[in-house]
Design a protein around this ligand. Structure first.
Ligand code: PEP
Ligand code: MG
Length: 577
């Protein structure tokens, strides 16, 4: 048996046979030279291939909720632009349609590559898939996704999956997804989550060791992919998958109720969202609002910073989806793992460099000013809050709060309608955690939100993306919990609200500890709203403080903490997944 660790793109457990998908690409078999004499015929072939592609998309659209249809409209527009440029190549160079499509694809993928942006790279993936679908239509080579293999009940392994093919696979009944690349906020991940299909991204997967029909287990709760496990292991996972399915029903029901502990404490369950589509979908997930809107995608997908107007439109839309529910908009957390095509940062230690609030203050004219103006203007459309990332000094909060006030005065002087925003800081450095009492002396500070992804990385001095040291990275490490206890205690003493927006907020084994710390709200990925509410509603806050937290704070390893919580949950009748 081989076990890989991966990133969870969609939660769940799946057991099934593997099918490799999409490793042969129609584009690679296009000849480099294919002169034609009948240009009109070639153009009509291209038009036919495009209309077949559009028909195929139309069919898919009918099977989708409104929120996912926009995505296919974007694909349609991309395909039309691609074919229209390919037609020019055919006419000007007398070449076949296949080669013309390939030329257009290569030109744009080169441009995408040069941009250096991860998000644009995702669009390059979309373009490759569209180009190859058109070439397949041209050569009538498109036998249907998966060829002759029956997808029903299979786990599909792909380098990456485009949303269109994924939707088709979903309709054919696939059971799970493994890809080598992609993002947990990619469109494919959103679709997988919407359909409840377990999906894990495993960059280290060794493809040469995989054969068609191998047995695989995806445990995208524990972030694992198991290949060819023993019969005993398979049967435990079959049980685990069944248990998850039955618990999911309870979670779904809980998602639309208030999360109140058995001793009557109400805890907010908010959503983390990464773009407009996700925000729209999240607004109907049962959550009480948005605890973290990651706006970085607006900054990473073009060659210049977004305009005030485009930011204003995006923020207003998200506030509109949530009406009066709070929406915490994070000031762009750029730098480090979120590089910008238009700001070159040559740093040997980017995670300890110019990122988050440091970068905002350095580029206050180009980046921060339009952001604050857009936020204050949009705040008239709902309940907006501002969250400042990567704080490590009190002076950063003071400066930001002053800039918010000055921006507000300026807008008023210009006669531009604007509202106010509550200000919060992300506690993601030990420095911020240890000094929360000092931050609370800044009168504008209304809430803190633990960014546990970074807080764990900086506390344990372990790169959150480095698989070689991932065994050290653990949010349940007692050192992380102790820091959080100090910070939460100081904030609560002074009436400042406490939220958690890192991944820890959605982990069932962490939730009892977070409640014990007295958090007011958890912000989780939208599919975890039900799990968080279900778990909260079965716990008594008073007992957690007394019986669990003290012991966890006194533990010496994350394993010990995990065992403590597991036992505690079982003791109060919660089925731990
Ligand atoms: C965090 O660090 O926990 C967090 C929520 O921010 P991000 O994951 O975007 O760095
Ligand atoms: Mg962070």
């Amino acid at each position: 048996m081989k076990v890989y660790r991966g990133l969870i793109a969609s939660e769940g457990v799946a057991v099934g046979l593997l099918t490799k998908y999409g490793f042969t690409n129609a584009l690679s078999s296009v000849p480099s030279n294919c002169p034609v004499s009948n240009v009109d015929f070639e153009v009509s072939r291209l038009e036919k291939a495009l209309s077949e592609f559009n028909e195929y998309l139309d069919g898919l659209k009918k099977t989708l909720p409104e929120s996912e249809r926009e995505l296919l409209n974007a694909h349609e527009a991309m395909a039309e632009a691609l074919v229209s440029e390919a037609v020019s190549h055919v006419v000007e160079e007398n070449i076949c349609g296949e080669l013309a499509v390939k030329k257009v694809f290569e030109k744009y993928s080169e441009l995408f590559r040069e941009s250096g942006s991860g998000l644009i790279a995702l669009r390059a993936g979309d373009l490759r898939n569209i180009a190859s679908a058109i070439v397949e239509n041209l050569t009538e080579l498109r036998p249907g996704v998966g060829g002759s293999i029956d997808i029903e009940g299979r786990i599909v392994v792909a380098r990456e999956l485009n949303p269109v093919d994924l939707l088709k696979l979903v309709n054919q009944g696939l059971r799970g997804i493994v890809t080598l690349t992609g993002g947990v906020t990619s469109h494919a991940a959103i679709i997988a989550r919407a359909h409840g299909i377990p999906y894990i991204i495993v960059p280290e997967l060794d493809l040469s060791g995989l054969s068609e029909g191998d047995l695989a287990v995806i445990d995208s709760i524990e972030e694992k992919l198991l290949l060819n496990p023993s019969r005993e292991i398979v049967s435990t996972y079959v049980e685990r998958a069944e248990k998850y399915e039955s618990l999911k029903k309870s979670y779904r029901e809980a998602a639309f109720r208030e999360a109140v502990t058995t001793d009557g404490v109400r805890v907010g369950v908010l959503c983390n969202v990464g773009d407009l589509e996700e925000a729209r979908a999240a607004s109907t997930s049962g959550c009480d609002g948005v605890g973290l809107f990651r706006v970085e995608y607006l900054y990473m997908s073009s060659n210049s910073p977004p305009s005030e107007e485009s930011l204003y439109t995006a923020f207003s839309k998200v506030l509109g989806f949530f009406n009066d529910r709070p929406v915490v908009i994070r000031a762009p957390d750029l730098g480090a793992d979120k590089p910008l095509p238009y700001i070159r940062l040559e740093e040997s230690n980017p995670f300890l460099g110019l990122r988050g609030v440091r970068l905002l203050l350095e580029y206050r004219g180009e980046i921060l000013a339009p952001f604050l103006r857009a936020l204050l203007r949009a705040s008239t459309s709902g309940n907006a809050k501002l969250l400042i990332p990567m704080i490590s000094r009190v002076s950063e909060l003071v400066e930001l709060a002053e800039l918010v006030e000055r921006t507000s005065e300026k807008l008023m002087a210009e006669g531009v309608a604007s509202g106010g925003v509550e200000i919060g800081i992300m506690v993601e450095t030990p420095a911020a955690a240890l000094l929360v009492d000092k931050y609370t002396e800044v009168p504008q500070l209304k809430f803190i939100s633990f960014g546990t992804n970074d807080l764990t990385q900086y506390t344990l001095a372990v790169d959150r993306g480095n698989v070689k040291v991932s065994y050290i990275y653990d949010e349940l490490d007692p050192s992380v919990i102790r820091l959080m206890a100090v910070a939460a205690g100081e904030a609560k003493k002074r009436g400042v609200e406490v939220e958690v927006c890192g991944e820890m907020a959605g982990r069932q084994l962490a939730i009892p500890l977070l409640l014990g710390l007295g958090v007011d709200a958890l912000s989780v990925s939208p599919p975890l709203v039900g799990l968080a509410k279900y778990t909260i509603s079965k716990l008594s806050k008073r007992d957690l403080e007394r019986e669990l937290l003290a012991k966890a704070l006194n533990s010496s390893s994350p394993t010990e903490v995990r065992e403590l919580v597991r036992k505690y949950l079982e003791g109060v009748g919660i089925e731990v997944f």
